[in-house]
Design a protein around this ligand. Structure first.
Ligand code: 5GP
Length: 190
């Protein structure tokens, strides 16, 4: 992974996740509510797992999956692929997302969850808030880090055509890296 731009090291990620957890601990530690954390698959998986381990109150977990991305850009068309299984009616919900870019995915998810399950509250937590490309007025309640440039990120859950999610830091892949991944993916198809 030489010559790529590292955006967040493993240590950066650890402090970002701790900061987000501290805010949630403040909010829920003295409450009788048992919030349901809904992780948005697949990108939020590493963040969700690290985050819940730093939360010191009782919580439940669930997952939802939508698709909107192909390669390095959002298609803008959102499909629900997997729904939640917990009963969240009247409960406090925390949606855990890896990144907010245009805001279309979370806007869709928030409305979907509100209309279909009528929870008591919905909070949105994201690891990275990519502000410049917002197409809808959707603000997270807690964001780990804000990025003001339009960078395509890979690692720690962020993928390039499903690859790179397992890398332990966040970086901007070089063109060469993307070409190498494309080659591998093409070989796999044969
Ligand atoms: P939005 O609907 O806000 O445009 O995009 C949200 C989804 O797009 C995220 O859940 C994530 O899957 C994907 N996404 C947005 N920016 C990036 C990025 O920089 N890298 C990767 N790998 N995915 C991104």
């Amino acid at each position: 992974m030489s010559a790529c731009e590292i955006v967040f090291t493993r240590e950066d990620i650890n402090s970002i996740v701790q900061r987000v957890a501290d805010k949630l601990n403040e909010e829920f530690s003295n409450s009788t509510s048992i919030p349901v954390f809904i992780g948005v698959l697949k990108g939020a998986l590493p963040f969700m797992m690290d985050l819940i381990k730093k939360c010191t109150f009782d919580l439940k977990t669930d997952f939802i999956q939508v698709t909107s991305y192909s390669g390095t850009s959002s298609t803008g068309v959102i499909h629900l692929k997997k729904d939640i299984s917990e009963d969240i009616r009247g409960k406090d919900v925390v949606i855990v997302e890896d990144i907010i870019d245009t805001g279309l995915t979370l806007n869709y998810l928030k409305q979907y969850i509100q209309l279909n399950y009528n929870p008591r509250s919905i909070k949105i937590v994201c690891l990275v808030d990519k502000k410049p490309l917002r197409k809808v007025n959707l603000q997270p309640d807690i964001s780990g880090a804000i990025i003001n440039q339009n960078k395509f990120l890979v690692g720690y859950g962020f993928d390039y055509n499903e690859l790179g999610r397992n890398i332990d830091y966040v970086f901007v892949p070089t063109k060469k890296q993307l070409i190498e991944w494309d080659k591998k993916l093409n070989l796999e198809k044969k």
